[in-house]
Design a protein around this ligand. Structure first.
Ligand code: CU
Length: 329
């Protein structure tokens, strides 16, 4: 039990390492400055602030940042993630324990984190584990509450989750070609979720996916083309060998695309895993990031006829039943 909890802690640290390092740039990055008048910025203003639909929030990335609101209502929230960059990204929502902010991360998390990460890069996994063991206890109380699955460049992904009030950090831990996490490049942002609730109700979905540690991904639907929504029901959850829990990502595959390459790539702990470039022949269409057992999240995607994959970002996804192929007709 002790080992398990220590491993879990390590995983969280890995994901959050960059946040504290980048808090300064995040603070500046959140300000909508007049000099930033690119087409993408204009589009964000139009979509997010002029339409202003309650409970629907746009998040925009043009390079290595998250542009979005600083404050959200609680309850059901839909996120439209506009990936206007040239890299694949994702968004994981981390709910912080009460009273903790990015400032605490900076003070208490950075030093052991940096030490641990350096050791991982040297291949010294055991020593890295010891370094992460110096992290404060509160870090184990960070809860992962879903988010947006992997989404290819120049694409939009839509996810819906229920958020409790509190302080959240949103982050992307995909890696640059040199192995540096996007988190450390600025893809981390603090958001406050207030007690006032949105008017959104829990969505209904066209199709239903289940994922559990024992059964893997269960999906037996006959899927037709068009804008479709999916419910993701999380059964038994677990921390996998790479310290993360399982999630569900939707991917369109070319007829000759190599599923083994996809499976290897979605595992961040592989030296080239989750690192640019993404494997050829696949287009990532979003999905639902990890959530605790018993939770449900939703995502939608515009489906054309063809070959599709549902996959969890875990090592050995196919052996675990967490790689499921289906067709859209
Ligand atoms: Cu990213």
């Amino acid at each position: 039990m002790k080992i398990q909890s220590s491993i879990f802690l390590n995983g969280k640290c890995l994901l959050l390492m960059g946040i504290s390092i980048f808090s300064f740039s995040c603070q500046f990055g959140e300000k909508k400055s007049d000099e930033d008048s690119s087409d993408n910025e204009i589009q964000y203003e139009v979509v997010a602030e002029k339409e202003g639909k309650d409970g629907v929030t746009d998040i925009l990335t043009t390079s290595m940042e998250f542009k979005t609101k600083d404050t959200l209502k609680s309850g059901w929230n839909t996120f439209k993630y506009h990936n206007k960059s040239n890299e694949t990204h994702l968004i994981l929502f981390d709910k912080y324990p009460e009273g903790k902010t990015i400032a605490d991360t900076e003070r208490d998390i950075v030093p052991p984190f940096q030490e641990g990460m350096d050791l991982i890069n040297e291949g010294k996994m055991e020593e890295a584990g010891k370094a992460f063991g110096k992290l404060p206890e509160w870090f184990q109380d960070v809860e992962f509450v879903g988010g947006v699955g992997l989404i290819s460049p120049q694409s939009v992904a839509t996810s819906t989750m229920k958020l409790e009030p509190g302080t959240y950090i949103i982050e992307c831990y995909v890696k640059m070609p040199n192995g540096v996490f996007h988190t450390t490049q600025g893809m981390a942002k603090q958001i406050e979720v207030v007690s006032e609730e949105t008017s959104l109700v829990e969505p209904t979905a066209d199709y239903s996916i289940s994922i559990s540690a024992e059964e893997g991904i269960t999906f037996d639907e006959k899927v037709s083309a068009g804008e479709k929504s999916f419910a993701v029901n999380f059964g038994k959850q677990k921390v996998h060998e790479h310290y993360l829990m399982h999630d569900v990502n939707l991917v369109r595959a070319e007829p000759d695309a190599d599923l083994a390459a996809l499976e290897k790539w979605v595992n961040w702990s592989d030296p080239e895993g989750l690192q640019t470039p993404a494997p050829k022949g696949f287009k990532f269409l979003g999905g639902m990031q990890e959530m605790n057992e018993g939770k449900t999240g939703y995502f939608s995607a515009d489906l054309k006829p063809g070959r599709y994959i549902l996959i969890a970002e875990v090592p050995g996804a196919s052996k675990k039943g967490m790689l499921k192929e289906f067709r859209v007709d």
